[in-house]
Design a protein around this ligand. Structure first.
Ligand code: AMP
Ligand code: MG
Length: 349
């Protein structure tokens, strides 16, 4: 299959191209597009065959349900049977935005889209090009991240092109994304709403609007055998080719440990990568050191995480040592992705 790539500015996009992309979606094809979180791989959410094509293009296990992207609240009413009051409040506060909510699904949503579940995950993205595409495509776009399953999520069109060229109909390149980590997912099935995946909208931001919120125990105790409630969170994910280990503790101890680990592997003849920050990169004399961002702006760390993991794949390192990033606002989301990429390998110093 030939994949057409169309480059445009997010604020000033080519309306004709969006119409063409919308037509592809309505006819059952696949289009990758930017959102504010990561690039999505879109297909018509109400078309079971389109959902199958998404799973196939990504190599994604078909029990891992897709998120449906909508552009207005009327669309929500059609795909769910019930909207809890707290979900309405959160939609008022954070939609369009990086928040996905789980609802009981209505009959028009095929099980092929929801991985056989009777609930459906829904989000309204905060990106002009994504919203225009959803409208042009018929209102309901199922879109997981536009990467090969297991690889780091795509934050630039080049990442999508690397993984999906020849496998999908079109890629809309709207430049790099703004946030760089996937949406927060919240579920209302229990008395106290539960975060199934942490993201830019953190616990405090949710609690400010709806009161107490819990975090799925399967996320906190990721290696304890408790299954996460979001089916997708159980898979190894975002993984670079190299073995990644995260080192956590006081900054000086972390730096010393990473220097020691890097030196040992380099002595054994391996190439080693190090994930540092603008502040700490000079502390590492050996290894291929990459700056993920600055601790003065944690958003920069979130934004570059997936891209850096991909860069290390291109430089053939065998081991990567990363500092931990338990930053105040997005630390939970950043560490969730980083530790998943590391297969939960963490050294405490
Ligand atoms: P991605 O499409 O890569 O952003 O991943 C979507 C995430 O949403 C996966 O972790 C899914 O397991 C989760 N998800 C989607 N639909 C549901 C649902 N109905 N219930 C719980 N989790 C869901
Ligand atoms: Mg994904």
């Amino acid at each position: 299959m030939k994949t057409k790539v169309i480059r445009m500015k997010p604020g000033d996009f080519d309306r004709e191209a969006v119409q063409e992309a919308g037509r592809i979606i309505r006819e059952g094809g696949l289009v990758a597009f930017p959102t504010e979180t990561v690039y999505g791989l879109g297909g018509n959410a109400l078309d079971e065959l389109a959902a199958q094509k998404i799973y196939h293009a990504k190599g994604r296990p078909s029990d891992n349900p897709l998120i449906i992207h909508i552009a207005d609240m009327d669309s929500l009413e059609k795909i769910v049977t019930e909207i809890p009051e707290k979900a309405r409040l959160l939609a008022d506060a954070y939609w369009p935005g990086p928040l996905t909510m789980i609802f009981p699904k209505s009959d028009i949503v095929p099980c092929g889209t929801t991985g056989g579940m009777d609930t459906v995950a829904v989000r309204m993205p905060d990106h002009p090009l994504a919203l225009a595409l959803i409208r042009a495509g018929g209102g309901y776009i199922a879109a997981p991240s536009a990467n090969t399953s297991g690889r780091p999520s795509p934050t630039r069109s080049e990442h999508v092109e690397e993984d999906l060229t020849g496998k999908i109909d079109m890629i809309l390149d709207g430049g790099p994304v703004g946030i760089g980590l996937e949406s927060t997912i919240i579920d209302f099935a229990e008395d106290i709403p539960t975060i199934l995946r942490p993201g830019y909208i953190n616990r405090q931001m949710l609690e400010d609007i709806i009161g107490p919120v819990e975090i799925d125990r399967g996320l906190i105790a990721a290696d304890s055998g408790i299954r996460p409630k979001a089916p997708g969170m159980k898979y190894r994910h975002y993984a670079p080719n190299a073995e990644l280990v995260v080192v956590e503790g006081a900054q000086e101890n972390v730096q010393e440990k990473i220097r020691e680990l890097a030196e040992e592997k380099i002595r054994q003849g391996y190439q080693v990568g190090i994930i540092a920050t603008d502040e700490s990169s000079d502390a590492y004399p050996l290894g291929l050191v990459k700056k993920i961002g600055t601790r003065k702006n944690e958003e920069s760390i979130a934004l570059h995480l997936f891209g850096i993991l991909r860069e290390f794949d291109d430089c053939e390192v065998s081991f990567i040592y990363s500092e931990a990033f338990n930053t105040p606002r997005m630390g939970q989301a950043i560490m969730n992705r980083l530790l998943k990429a590391a297969g939960q390998q963490k050294i405490q110093v």
